[in-house]
Design a protein around this ligand. Structure first.
Ligand code: 1JT
Length: 253
């Protein structure tokens, strides 16, 4: 399904990452992928994970460093000459901002969370668009806390709201050039980011008890949806946030 397609995947930290689940599905379908990382520790993980992959790139791309972002896209342009899709799966907020009340969010934590988790989408879309000569697809990751109050999610919820809104504005800007932009709103998953989140196991249990499917979502299910969104199967969909959450978000009381 993705034979001769080139993709770029931002946000693989380890083999449990949502980004990695998306990458595996794309590779299975014949795509060639460039991976980006932030920081040396994550470079080692990625180099190991991609060791037996053909024709791949592993490059640094810290979104707070514009030069590094420019270089990353130049490297992709030089190697592959084009880009068909991009999977954006990065977010960050200082630990102390993900507990207590949103009311206490510092200016610094707010700016950091929104810079890395939300601004990075238009930032990389701007760099990717000129390489997407035959059209393309950009996919980002959101969470329910963008829309409804989720205890402790705090400033990340505000950042994800900005991200989902950015998805719509970018879809409008890039639609005329054949580039689609969509978000996946995944249910809670036990990844590196979720580790250390206060009462994560309580959250997972809550979803298991209340979601229509009576279970938590698996990372492979998010990967399958990302595959759908980067493939031609979703050619009529742009600007959407698609929930992959076992139906949790539809429930009222
Ligand atoms: C970040 C972190 C972004 C954890 C994230 C995230 N998006 C989803 N999660 C998991 C999560 C986190 C909380 C939560 C429910 C799910 C941590 C590092 C910064 C970026 O609240 C109940 C807090």
């Amino acid at each position: 399904m993705l034979k001769d397609k080139i993709g770029m995947v931002l946000g693989v930290a380890n083999k449990r990452s949502i980004a990695w689940a998306c990458a595996e599905k794309c590779i299975e379908q014949g795509a060639r992928l460039a991976f980006t990382y932030q920081g040396e520790r994550l470079e080692r993980n990625l180099t190991k994970l991609t060791a037996d992959m053909d024709d791949t790139l592993v490059i640094p791309c810290d979104v707070t460093n514009q030069e590094e972002v420019d270089t990353a896209f130049e490297t992709v342009a030089t190697k592959y000459r084009k880009l068909d899709f991009l999977i954006h799966s990065i977010a960050f907020a200082p630990r102390e901002a993900l507990e207590g009340s949103y009311l206490d969010t510092s200016r610094e934590a707010f700016l950091t969370a929104l810079e890395i988790s939300a601004y990075s989408l238009p930032q990389v879309a701007r760099a990717a668009a000129p390489l997407m000569k035959d059209g393309g697809s950009i996919v980002t990751m959101s969470y329910y806390g963008a829309e409804k109050v989720v205890e402790n999610y705090n400033v990340m919820g505000v950042a994800k709201a900005a991200l989902e809104s950015s998805t719509r504005y970018l879809a409008s800007d890039l639609g005329p050039t054949g580039i689609r932009v969509n978000a996946i709103s995944a249910g809670p998953i036990n990844t590196l980011s979720a580790r250390g989140v206060k009462n994560m196991s309580g959250f997972l249990k809550h979803v298991e008890e209340r979601s229509p499917l009576r279970r938590n979502v698996e990372v492979t299910e998010v990967g399958n949806t990302a595959l759908f969104l980067v493939s031609g199967l979703s050619s009529g969909i742009t600007g959407e946030t698609i929930y992959v959450d076992c139906g949790f978000n539809i429930m009222g009381i």
